[in-house]
Design a protein around this ligand. Sequence first.
Ligand code: GDD
Length: 320
Amino acid sequence: MRKTALITGVAGQDGSYLSELLISKGYDVHGIVRRNSVPENQDSRIKGMGITTHYGDLLDPYSLTRILQEVNPDEVYNLGAQSHVRISFDVPSFTIQTNALGVLNLLEAVRQFNPKIKVYQASSSEMFGNTVDEDGYQRKTTPMNPTSPYGCAKVMGYNLMRHYRAAYGMHCCNGILFNHESPRRGSNFVTNKIVKGAVEIHKGLRNELALGNLDASRDWGHSKDYVRAMHMLLNNEEPSDWVVATGESRTIRQMCETTFAHLDMDYREYVTVDPQYFRPQELDFLRGDSSEIREKLGWKPEYTFESMVEEMVDHWSELV
Ligand code: GDD
């Protein structure tokens, strides 16, 4: 029988790639979108895909209950969030409500409607903060010491998922995803900001690119590979928590070097540092150990760091 999926945050980078994947697998895909004064800004990534959208909000439990009743999904993917770490310092209360209380609202709505529905939660490597195991990796046993309101809220969401799994026997799964990028990434996240800026400089539209901390290091994969992992791990018989990562870490400086080199430029001539992009507390280093999902579920990324950057540069070169 045809499966039905409901995705919160459907209009975002991951929501759009996940929708494409599920549609290709024959799913009926429904998504929750929040009211926006310019709807065109919201459906640009998902237009014409064949998704049914519903107005709702993770902070409005009535809307969640109504949508669950209307859609009657087999699987729910909670990708909705205030997803920008830097901005979470500016809107901490909103971030905590959406990213933590929102998970509770969704879990309660699912539990009361049909506790057999499988639930995926977009958990994050930001939960680890500055803890790194002795071997230089983070894994699901690594202590969580979040360094941002965003990270604190994600830890709460993560724990709620584990609690609902243990207390009510629900099929709740956390994907602890390390950073994942693509041409569909918002241009205020560092990778797309760098690529867009470099392409604009290359085309003579600007002279410099102002960034924040160039020495932070991230484990960057491609969103398309990571949404595949979401579907795989949610459909494993035993509900559990999984790390999804490439196992490679690069600094922002290295990201600049690769991107500008792609366009035959030297980043040092154009990149400046502006303290307005610093965070009150920084997460210095991320590198994930994803051996469990690779060994048990056979997941592995198809993109390399270089092929991902190339795709993003090509995208912006066409667009700018
Ligand atoms: N956004 C941004 N803008 N970041 C900058 C800049 C800048 O101008 N300059 C340096 N950085 C540094 C940040 O300080 C951070 O260390 C790193 O670049 C990555 O920043 P983001 O791309 O904004 O991502 P993030 O790591 O904070 O968060 C992303 O990954 C998390 C998983 O670890 C987001 O996608 C989160 O939603 C996700 O959970």
